[in-house]
Design a protein. Structure first.
Length: 84
């Protein structure tokens, strides 16, 4: 994370040039961030939230089929865990 003077000069030149130069400099970085980093860091979180939502739908939590008492207990437990 400590680039040399030559690398800093190349980046400054690319980013202070015209729009096309800046765009061409950013394409590889943007592609890496939107593919690898998203899948590695966010993919697991998205998958787990999707599976949790599917389970809650199947159990009837999201369709309001449970009693008020069940929702109150879930809210208290969720808030207790969240505040802890």
């Amino acid at each position: 994370m400590a680039p040399g003077p030559a690398e800093v000069d190349r980046e400054v030149t690319a980013l202070t040039g015209n729009y096309l130069q800046a765009l061409m400099w950013r394409i590889p970085q943007t592609f890496m961030m939107q593919t690898y980093v998203f899948l590695a860091l966010m993919g697991w979180r998205v998958l787990s939230m999707m599976l949790l939502g599917m389970a809650l739908l199947r159990w009837g939590v999201l369709t309001a089929r449970l009693s008020i008492k069940n929702y109150v207990v879930m809210a208290v437990l969720g808030l207790s865990i969240g505040f802890y």
